[in-house]
Write a protein that binds this ligand. Structure first.
Ligand code: HEC
Ligand code: HEC
Ligand code: HEC
Ligand code: HEC
Ligand code: HEC
Ligand code: HEC
Ligand code: HEC
Ligand code: HEC
Ligand code: HEC
Length: 337
């Protein structure tokens, strides 16, 4: 009984709706289909950004034309003339011609991001900034302790094209070129360049969206110059280099930084109190000297200690700041004074 009543109320409503629509449309509108937006569908063209053909009242560019009859009654009248991307491609170029196509674009779901008529947002978008992306992508994955500024400000489009790209991941540039749109490429230049940096594999060490580690790093790397040695503190370096290079006091193989079999990496790094971090000697990107050795090593306070490093076939020499040169040789251990 209840359902029956509800059903008849619905039918009544539907009928009265059709009636009012009918009376509206039965009035002769000269020049149909012109005047759709100005006469009846005003709401389709009143927001900030109005789509070109809508603004010029060219509704039939996308909708089946309305005949002399009333269009809510006419079969197929006013339906979009084509489905998905095909509709848009009557005027716009294909957005799916490059090597990588965003799945919703390839699937012709233009309307998942754009309103076909109008929008309060630029480019007829249904939402602004990252909110548009988070309609489908998990926002939680982007909220990390150390965010990358263009990500936290929602400027996803600074790095990604929303439709397509010839670079993987819809990126606006490949490898380091993407990063150098904003960062100084001098960081990757010098006499020695770290191999992953030279190859443009910045994302081997950095997460471009952000990280729980400082400097967007993918793994631990100490900020301090001196610290009590703990292997896990250098986990970033040890994803590619042997952990033992700083563990074994004596070695003939683990590192070239040794005097005879005296492991000088161990000597400098592996201390219970003031062990050195790699960055007292190495720059993680590139350096003006061989083996990524910095030209100046951070000293105390604002004083940087100049360091001159000379590599030989079997060892090397360091002239550090004000004290005597120190040398090492892998074949014939040097006794430094
Ligand atoms: C660029 C193509 C395009 C143009 C031009 C266009 N429309 Fe549409 N319209 C669509 C599409 C696509 C849909 C279906 C929307 C959906 O499924 O979300 C639609 C749906 C509609 C609807 C029903 C759903 C709704 O959003 O209310 C109305 C009414 C409408 N259009 C009116 C108009 C009028 C009036 C004009 C001209 C002033 C116009 N349209 C011009 C593409 C267009
Ligand atoms: C009848 C031709 C026509 C069709 C069909 C058409 N567009 Fe457009 N579109 C235009 C014109 C004209 C402009 C304005 C171009 C300009 O200003 O440079 C435009 C601009 C746009 C813009 C940029 C708006 C802005 O303000 O920056 C977007 C986004 C857009 N169209 C999306 C679509 C989508 C999505 C479809 C399919 C649902 C579609 N268009 C179908 C003609 C069309
Ligand atoms: C994932 C969301 C998304 C989908 C899906 C999408 N677009 Fe866009 N579109 C955007 C964004 C974001 C912009 C603004 C780009 C900018 O500001 O750099 C845009 C801009 C545009 C523009 C303006 C000119 C330009 O290239 O910047 C046109 C035209 C357009 N889209 C058409 C389409 C068509 C046609 C489809 C379906 C084949 C489509 N879009 C699917 C997000 C999308
Ligand atoms: C309508 C849903 C939808 C929206 C909105 C959307 N995406 Fe996607 N996106 C997908 C799907 C589906 C995939 C494929 C599965 C995946 O990787 O999650 C994808 C994949 C991607 C990929 C990986 C592409 C590849 O080739 O590996 C990137 C990058 C991307 N989206 C960026 C964005 C950005 C930036 C925005 C906002 C401008 C956005 N997406 C908005 C649905 C969407
Ligand atoms: C600074 C440049 C940059 C910005 C800004 C940026 N991305 Fe990315 N994004 C990348 C890079 C680089 C990759 C590829 C990472 C890889 O291959 O390891 C990527 C990958 C992706 C992927 C593929 C899946 C994944 O996580 O690897 C999605 C989806 C994505 N980004 C969405 C977004 C969204 C959404 C935003 C904005 C909230 C955004 N990106 C902002 C550079 C950026
Ligand atoms: C759209 C511009 C833009 C692009 C592209 C970009 N960055 Fe950034 N990046 C910034 C800004 C802005 C900051 C914060 C200001 C600063 O410290 O210089 C930043 C900071 C950083 C930081 C330091 C973070 C911190 O916590 O101190 C790292 C590391 C970084 N970016 C790496 C990358 C890498 C790797 C890429 C390429 C995948 C990249 N960036 C691409 C704009 C960009
Ligand atoms: C082998 C790992 C590694 C690679 C590959 C790498 N980085 Fe870094 N990057 C680091 C480390 C470690 C730091 C922190 C430096 C420090 O603490 O002395 C850093 C810091 C940064 C910073 C912040 C600088 C500052 O002073 O705050 C930027 C920007 C940056 N990297 C960009 C890049 C770019 C761009 C690339 C690719 C060309 C790249 N990185 C490749 C390890 C790497
Ligand atoms: C993504 C892998 C990767 C990571 C992470 C990485 N490296 Fe490397 N590194 C390499 C490769 C590859 C080489 C070249 C082959 C080799 O010497 O083992 C190299 C070489 C070096 C060299 C010798 C450079 C030369 O000119 O001969 C030093 C020094 C170095 N890395 C230091 C570091 C430090 C410090 C860290 C941590 C901040 C680190 N690496 C993290 C891959 C990596
Ligand atoms: C006291 C300065 C100093 C510190 C601290 C230091 N290194 Fe080195 N490292 C060197 C020198 C000098 C060489 C060059 C050895 C040679 O080829 O003669 C070197 C070489 C390397 C190499 C090339 C392969 C090898 O072992 O010969 C890697 C990789 C490396 N260091 C990684 C690291 C990592 C990771 C850390 C921190 C855990 C670190 N270094 C700390 C001075 C240092």
């Amino acid at each position: 009984m209840k359902a029956l009543l509800a059903g008849s109320v619905c039918r009544l409503l539907a009928v009265s709706l059709v009636m009012s629509a009918t009376s509206l449309w039965s009035a002769p509108i000269p020049g149909i289909p012109d005047g759709c937006a100005t006469r009846c569908h005003r709401s389709k063209a009143r927001d900030g950004v109005v789509h070109g053909p809508v603004a010029s009242d060219d509704c039939i560019a996308c909708h089946n034309p309305v005949g002399a009859a009333v269009h809510p009654k006419q079969q197929g009248a006013f339906r979009p003339v084509a489905k998905g991307a095909a509709l848009c491609q009557t005027c716009h170029e294909s957005m799916a011609s490059k090597r990588v196509v965003h799945p919703p674009v390839g699937g012709g779901e233009c309307l998942s991001c754009h309103d076909p008529h109008q929008s309060a947002n630029p480019s007829l978008l249904k939402a602004r900034g990252a909110a548009l992306c988070f309609g489908c992508h998990d926002a939680a994955a982007f909220s990390v302790r150390h965010g990358h500024l263009p990500v936290t400000t929602g400027e996803c489009l600074k790095c990604h094209d929303p439709h397509q790209s010839d670079s993987p991941r819809l990126l606006r540039g490949s490898g380091a070129a993407l990063c150098f749109r904003c960062h100084d490429e001098k960081m990757a230049a010098g006499r020695s360049i770290h191999q992953p940096v030279a190859r443009g594999e910045c994302c081997d060490c950095h997460n471009p969206h952000g990280s729980s580690f400082p400097k967007l790093l993918r793994n631990a790397y100490p900020e301090a110059l001196y610290l009590s040695y703990e292997q896990n503190d250098f986990a970033l370096c040890f994803t590619c280099h042997s952990r033992q290079m700083a563990d074994d006091r004596r070695t003939d193989t683990l590192t070239g930084f040794r005097n005879g079999d005296n492991n000088l990496h161990y000597l400098h790094i592996n201390k219970p109190d003031k062990g050195r971090s790699c960055k007292t000697c190495h720059d993680a990107h590139a350096a003006p000297q061989q083996r990524l050795v910095k030209e100046r090593i951070p000293g105390f306070g604002s004083w940087d200690i100049p360091i001159r490093y000379t590599k030989t076939d079997t060892g090397g020499t360091c002239v550090v700041g004000c004290h005597k040169p120190k040398s090492y040789d892998r074949l014939r251990a040097v006794s430094n004074p």
